[in-house]
Ligand binder design. Structure first.
Ligand code: DGL
Length: 274
């Protein structure tokens, strides 16, 4: 078994968006090492079938296992919604997705039991946020809205642009009419729209960031399993390693934009071979 405390956490996403989860892990678990894989050759996952997303996720998990990770975080909401249930039965490593931590926080937050979820089409149609919330409290109503344009707008850097605000107003109109008091930003990219979303939904709606909640869940999981890294342990192989299936420059550039630390150059991996 490759499980040991000094080993890195494997984190993966369909592309660059999962760096919002990496950012939260860096901030909240500063001692942990991270190996990140972004599937930039095959992004987006949000419009793909469960079978395809599961096949892609399985290949990435195999790659991460070659990096001797001690735990895996599926940073992608779509892959968490469509593939986690299958993958967790296939591997012998602790694995965590972003959907459950986000759903749990929304349940704690809502007062009027009306929760909105914005995400990719795949995540919304999977119904997983809705299901997890209903299992815990059947009285809560969950309203989903796919917002596919947000991913491109964020990658374009238009996080404070009037065009994005107009798009957000259109997407969120229906949810606001339902009187939601909690909104889950259920896609890797959406936390980067936080201030714009705040303007659109107003002060009365609480925004839930599954990336942050996942970092907290990871912290609890590592503590429970006794897998926390000893800060004094030697850092063989670097603290943070980044891999992608294509467009490494795009990942480097996005990482520089949003991460609190400088990263070493991203390396390209032929993920279809795994
Ligand atoms: N990372 C995806 C998610 O969180 C968004 C981008 C995609 O569609 O692949 O659902």
């Amino acid at each position: 078994m490759n499980i040991y405390n000094n080993a890195p956490i494997g984190v993966f996403d369909s592309g660059v968006g999962g760096l919002t989860v990496v950012r939260e892990i860096m901030r909240n678990l500063p001692e942990e090492r991270i190996v990140y894989f972004g599937d930039t050759a095959r992004v987006p996952y949000g419009s793909k079938s469960r079978e395809t997303v599961t096949r892609y996720s399985r290949q990435i998990v195999r790659f991460l296992q070659t990096q001797n990770v001690k735990a895996i975080v599926i940073a992608c909401n779509t892959a968490s919604a469509l593939a986690l249930e299958t993958i967790e039965q296939e591997i012998d490593l602790p694995i965590l997705g972003v959907v459950k931590p986000g759903a749990e926080m929304a349940l704690q937050t809502t007062r009027n039991k009306k929760i909105g979820v914005i995400a990719t089409e795949g995540t919304i149609h999977s119904g997983l946020y809705q299901r997890l919330i209903a299992q815990k409290d059947p009285e809560v109503s969950v309203f989903g809205q796919a917002c596919p344009l947000f991913v491109s707008l964020v990658e374009e850097g238009w996080t404070k642009d009037p065009v994005t605000e107009e798009v957000a107003r259109r997407y969120l109109k229906g949810l606001l009419e339902k009187d939601i008091d909690t909104l889950i930003m259920g896609c890797t990219h959406y936390p980067l729209l936080r201030s714009l979303l705040r303007q659109v939904v107003g002060e009365k709606v609480t925004l839930v960031n599954p990336a942050y909640e996942t970092a907290q869940a990871l912290k609890r999981m590592l503590a429970e399993l006794g897998l926390e890294r000893d800060p004094a342990a030697e850092l063989q192989g670097g603290k943070y390693c980044f891999y992608a299936s294509d467009a490494v420059d795009h990942l480097n550039e996005f990482a520089r934009r949003i991460l609190p630390f400088e990263i070493s150059e991203t390396r390209q991996i032929p993920i279809e071979e795994y």
